[in-house]
Write a protein that binds this ligand. Sequence first.
Ligand SMILES: *Cc1c(COP(=O)(O)O)cnc(C)c1O
Length: 377
Amino acid sequence: MTERIREFLRNRREDGPCLVVDLDVVRDNYLAFTKSLPDTRVFYAVKANPSPEVLSLLAGLGSCFDTASVAEIEMGLAAGATPDRISFGNTIKKERDIARAYGMGVRLYAVDCLAEVEKVARAAPGTKVFCRILCDGVGAEWPLSRKFGCAPEMAADVLEHAHRLGLEAYGVSFHVGSQQRNTGAWDQALASAAAIFRECAERGITLSMVNLGGGFPTKYLRDVPAVEAYGASIFQALRRHFGNALPETIIEPGRGMVGNAGIIEAEVVLVSRKSDAPDEVRWVYLDIGKFGGLAETMDEAIRYPIRTPRDGDILVPSVLAGPTCDSADVMYEKEPYLLPVSLEIGDKVLIEGTGAYTTTYSAVAFNGFPPLKAYHI
Ligand SMILES: *Cc1c(COP(=O)(O)O)cnc(C)c1O
């Protein structure tokens, strides 16, 4: 936790859980990305944390934005990014949303099939498109499904179709899975991308760009490699597969840009046992859970570090749950969380690494618990 966040929380008087994001940390992360991948343009994935403060900071630093909806495009523009710095990166778009994006000046679109190419050709004629390919997501703690992307063997057909319909077949994209702990995960996808570049060249189409996606991790309970290690590994893979004809590249970090900048302060509402059996695991209920912003605890995928005022005391396994009346609102049970035996009702706990994928997941006031309050300082 940074001194600025500590100071902010010391002075906060309001009740209820809140997220505090230190914008200085976001700035450091942005600079680390540009330093580690110097010839790569950064398109921040807006969905990770779309707060105006984060977007304005990044726009001011020169970041571009990866957006998934008209609303996210408008947020990027409102933050000061010009439309040439915005990518409509969702492969599943309504044609009228493409038309609205085109009307706002957006000229870069993701596609992964012929039908989507046709929509873009009609609603955003002459623009650049890149084809997203599937990636297996091995090594990622929050793997992405088969929802986005086509088989690499199909990409040249998709791009050729775009070319024939008057679009600029611009390149290839992929996402190696979020919270990707393996710095080598980009290698396989870059091999596929290079093969697609060659196949398109044979068809008389010159591609120029590889979109390396997101996946850069943030630190939760386990350590993760530094962004420099990802930069070095990606550069080697680019050299291996593209030789001296390096393509233009972009990255779309979300979690790695904002995750470690945020901390949620929450409160222990109840500590209880379900029976007197000596092997019965203790339950700890917080005033935040899956519906209040911690949705990524689904399947216990993301394990957040939790600090308590009683750290240093003996740790006991505890089932950690949220406050709502939905039985799915249990965060860690299969693998109970080790928390101090002395933890008490009313104690404040700090949940670290919560700057990404929290506020937007809490937007619905489920069970009357309000959306997560957030302060970007
Ligand atoms: C969500 C998303 C990202 C960000 O992924 P992280 O793993 O958070 O870095 C990047 N690109 C696309 C297309 C996305 O949908």
